[in-house]
Design a protein around this ligand. Structure first.
Ligand code: DAH
Length: 380
């Protein structure tokens, strides 16, 4: 009997190893371990054996059954895995095929396309592209850019401040808005949705020693909404810090930008202005590409784009105020750091929506964000 058990076990082992489908394995399970199979029947018959045989036969049959169960389970799992692998291999989809029916390829949004164009221009001039965080600390957004404590941009009506989630706040504040039910708001934080990309100036200097040539594209936020303002818009910041950087370098860089974006015949001019973090500060105009800077059209009428000025205002800029360098912590990495006695720099901030508006003659800024394909499909 023991011999028969060993024989069955060996035979089943061989057949299980040779099975190539899970159906075949299932058939073997029925054949060797099913209700009417020989081995289970032997097990059932153990009680009828001579007492001295029972132990030995019972043990051998049990062991054989357990071994076969394990082998069958293993083989079935192996075959299932193989089948899955094959199905996955056979099931590959070529995502580059045009589809049925073929769909037209999409296009980049005009804002992203403009931002990429600007990045390319400045990359070509030797700048590196950096990105920053949209939720910024009041320190980097205002303090480190020389905004005095009463600067109007700090007002809660002019910037989006971030509050802690209600309930999680350590200090709970209750705001009662006129005409609204009282609203439960979390405690104010020192975080703000960045109102410009300029906070990256100090962050970039903190991360990299001079000389530094970077542009920072990105989203910025202010609570304004009309035909020329949306609560979210985009800027490209520029910052160059080196040993002897002058306004002439700024003008040359921006002239290269103006010619690439608005045409080779363009000129730029700098007008005195004020920003807290540049000294001197300028507003930069590009000669009008609609009337070639003349201010009037061929028929003698006033140019509708520049309103007869001959110039279009495109951005704010200036020489980095030496005081801004004092906000750059001197670390081992940027030692001796940004010493205002040793380095000079220029910076600018340009509005991407405004540049695209001028370039494409777009009348209302809100069109960018309405997702109307009839508008979007005209670009790119
Ligand atoms: N951050 C300014 C704004 O949003 C724009 C700006 C002006 C950026 C002058 C600069 C700069 O880097 O030098 O209005």
């Amino acid at each position: 009997m023991i011999e028969r058990i060993e024989q069955l076990r060996a035979q089943a082992q061989q057949e299980i190893a040779a099975a190539v489908t899970s159906d075949a394995v299932e058939q073997l399970r029925v054949r060797y371990l099913g209700r009417k199979a020989e081995l289970p029947q032997m097990l059932r018959g153990v009680a009828a054996l001579e007492p001295q045989q029972r132990g030995e036969v019972g043990r051998a049959a049990n062991e054989a059954r357990r071994a076969l169960e394990q082998l069958i389970g293993q083989r079935a799992a192996e075959l299932d895995a193989q089948a899955l692998e094959q199905r996955l291999l056979a099931d590959t989809a070529d995502v580059t095929l045009p589809g049925t029916p073929p769909q037209p390829v999409g296009r980049m949004h005009v804002i992203n396309a403009t931002m990429r164009e600007l990045e390319d221009i400045f990359l070509g001039l030797g700048f590196t592209v950096l990105e920053g965080q949209e939720v910024e600390t009041v320190h980097y957004n205002f303090d480190a850019l020389n905004h005095g404590p009463t600067h109007p941009a700090r007002a809660h009506t002019d910037s989006f401040y971030v509050r802690e989630p209600a309930g999680h706040a350590t200090k709970q504040t209750i705001d009662v808005k006129a005409g609204h039910d009282s609203m439960r708001l979390g405690a104010p934080t020192d975080l703000v949705l960045r109102t410009h990309t300029s906070p990256m100036q100090v962050r970039a200097m903190q991360a990299h020693p001079p000389p530094l040539y970077v542009v920072i594209p990105g989203r910025v936020y202010r609570p304004d909404s009309d035909a020329t303002h949306t609560p979210q818009f985009h800027q490209v910041e520029g910052l160059a810090v080196d040993e002897d950087i002058t306004l002439a370098d700024l003008k040359g860089t921006l002239l290269a930008f103006a010619k690439t974006v608005f045409g080779d015949e363009r000129d730029v001019r700098l007008r005195p202005h004020f920003f807290p973090f540049t000294e001197p500060s300028v507003e930069v105009d590009v000669s009008c590409f609609h009337c070639s800077g003349k201010g009037f059209q061929a028929d003698g009428s006033r140019c509708p784009l520049c309103k007869g000025e001959g110039w279009l205002e495109v951005l704010g800029a200036g020489e980095v105020d030496p005081n801004v360098y004092s906000y750059v912590p001197t670390t081992e990495r940027n030692a001796p750091g940004y010493d205002p006695e040793k380095v000079q720099g220029y910076a600018w901030g340009m509005g991407v929506e405004r540049i695209a508006m001028l370039k494409h003659g777009i009348p209302d800024l809100r069109l960018y964000f309405e997702n109307d394909l009839r508008f979007l499909e005209q670009f790119g």
